[in-house]
Design a protein around this ligand. Structure first.
Ligand SMILES: [Zn+2]
Length: 312
């Protein structure tokens, strides 16, 4: 069996959009979404008004709500019209009917197992290489995943997220390296991030695990809070790791005028903030984005503590 490639995905989009009205309408609506741009540090941030994302942004992800709903990533509950492409034995590549990207994929595990990245970063890297027109991303169970009970990656076409080019504008400080990979801290951007650049899956995985093992796991949680973006370009992988300390910012819960319905996930951490409510899109300012990032991401001291633990 040949490996899945970006051309196979193009064919999947064509056949699915021909027969699936909801998906087609939502992808078509994307061409009309409003976007505004702002600068924070050396980062270019975009804000996208995207009403179709309300279900995801406002998703109830507490254990009780999850138990009471049918999992939309399980094959048995997916719409009959939704077809996928098998990737290896364990994953299926699907088009995402509620897109943010002009090309947006959801890649669930074939079994209903918890959303956890441990021992799966290699899968993510392999997917990123096979789908080299795409940036892969992973939302931790408390960092934007709307199905934290069903392991899945997502992917969006390259050239959409500003992080892909913003990493070149960062103040990059190498922390450690091995034969084929290096782990750096990225400063000077809108928030603190770590970047693993790797020539091989094994070397990238080793440095990812090293970083992962230094992150704190909140009480009662299965894994450290994080978002991960991964793309393959010029014969190497870039793995952007964004450690988090909060799921949803205070504006998400605020009453009245202070309320902004924004539930940050990898796409937001990659430079595109999604507001499903129009009044939020209209009023949101650089200072709001900065406040949200300060609340949900690690500050300099917290980041330095991780670096110190890696170097110990
Ligand atoms: Zn499921």
């Amino acid at each position: 069996m040949g490996r899945v490639n970006s051309a196979d995905i193009a064919t999947l989009f064509e056949s699915q959009l021909a027969i699936w009205d909801t998906a087609r309408n939502n992808f078509e609506a994307l061409s009309g979404v409003k976007v505004k741009e702002m600068k924070i540090g050396n980062s270019t941030m975009k804000v996208q008004f995207n009403p179709a994302r309300i279900t995801s942004s406002a998703a109830k992800v507490d254990p009780k709500s999850l138990k009471e709903r049918k999992c939309f990533l399980c094959a048995a509950n997916r719409p009959a019209v939704q077809e996928g492409i098998a990737w290896g034995e364990n994953y299926t590549i699907l088009i995402n009917p509620f897109p943010i990207f002009p090309k947006h994929l959801t890649i669930p595990c074939n079994s209903h197992v918890d959303q956890l990245i441990k021992n799966r970063i290699g899968d993510m890297m392999e997917l990123a290489k096979d789908l080299d027109d795409y940036t892969l991303f992973y939302n931790g169970p408390k960092c934007g995943a709307s199905a934290p009970d069903h392991m899945h990656f997502q992917a969006g076409n390259k050239g959409f997220l500003s992080c892909e080019s913003d990493i070149d504008k960062a103040i990059k400080k190498e922390i450690i390296s091995n034969e084929g990979a290096r782990l750096s801290h990225l400063g000077g951007l809108s928030h603190n991030m770590f970047l693993i650049e790797s020539k091989t899956i094994n070397d990238g995985e080793t440095l990812f695990n090293k970083l992962y093992d230094t992150l704190e796991i909140p009480a009662g949680e299965p894994e450290p809070m994080l978002n991960i973006l991964c793309w393959y370009v010029s014969d190497k992988w870039n793995i952007l790791v964004v450690p988090r300390k909060k799921h949803r910012p205070s504006c998400y819960f605020a009453e009245g005028d202070d309320n902004i319905l924004l539930s940050p996930a990898s796409v937001d951490m990659g430079g595109v903030f999604i507001t499903p409510v129009e009044k939020d899109f209209n009023k949101i300012k650089v200072s709001d984005i900065q406040t949200i990032l300060d609340e949900v991401c690690l500050n300099r001291e917290e980041t330095q503590a991780i670096i110190n633990r890696i170097l110990k």
